[in-house]
Design a protein around this ligand. Structure first.
Ligand SMILES: [Zn+2]
Length: 239
């Protein structure tokens, strides 16, 4: 049975009611969840599972489950897993997840500012990075920082829609990230659109408007191999 992915249509949901399906080799599987499982360069969520008796089980990570389209909630070692059918409330560490959402959307902006093939990427709570296939050292930190913050300040809407695998196959130019394959295979794939700026398949969680990202800076540009440039972006926190 597939896990209902509450975060997919409502990335702002911090908790949901769920029932235990069972344990697989990776963790506890629920019938529905707000926990994003590690994938597409975005870390899995952490949080707690609250039981009816008031106890809470710590979730140290969320992974794709063994069965297709399931999520495994990784419990701390020594935890006795609740039995199938147990009803509970699944609750993510919202502050950490929201930072992942802000950074993930920011990396989509970066891929629009730098229209080069992306060979890798990673979202983090404090920083994120994209690796680009760029032949020359043409990048300049201050200019990239300025362009990114201009796009943040525009406060463009971020939205999602679905297309079929066949429609995506007919528009290969939509796929920017060679290292992270779009989540196809279910017959349809989700596109994330930053209004008027960027459109690409992505399974991650995003903020609703670019203004929510907040101020960012390009912290580092590194040479990774002959043609790869790694661009590291960090949040600039207000005092
Ligand atoms: Zn993405």
């Amino acid at each position: 049975m597939a896990t209902e992915l509450v975060f997919r249509n409502d990335p702002y949901a911090r908790s949901c009611q769920a029932a235990v399906v069972g344990m697989d080799s990776r963790g506890l599987v629920l019938d529905r969840t707000v926990f994003y499982p590690t994938g597409g360069g975005q870390p899995g969520d952490t949080g707690v599972l609250r039981l009816a008796d008031g106890s809470a089980l710590r979730v140290s990570d969320a992974l794709k489950g063994e069965a297709p389209d399931t999520v495994a909630h990784v419990l701390e070692p020594g935890t006795t897993p609740p039995t199938p059918g147990t009803r509970l409330t699944a609750e993510i560490d919202w502050e950490r997840r929201h930072r992942h959402m802000r950074m993930h959307t920011c990396l989509h902006l970066l891929s629009a500012v730098l229209p080069y093939p992306v060979t890798g990427g990673q979202v983090g709570a404090d920083r994120g990075r994209l690796d680009f296939d760029i032949p020359e050292a043409i990048l300049e930190k201050e200019e990239l920082t300025r362009k990114l913050n201009e796009l943040v300040a525009r406060d463009d809407a971020v939205s999602q829609r679905w297309i079929s695998d066949a429609e995506l196959a007919a528009q290969p130019e939509l796929v920017k990230t060679m290292a992270v394959k779009p989540p196809t295979g279910q017959g349809k794939v989700r596109l994330i659109e930053v209004a008027g700026l960027d459109l690409q398949p992505c399974g991650g969680t995003h903020v609703a408007r670019t203004g929510e990202i907040g101020k960012v800076e390009v912290a580092k540009i590194e040479k990774k191999g002959r043609i790869n440039r790694r661009v590291v972006v960090a949040f600039v926190e207000a005092e």
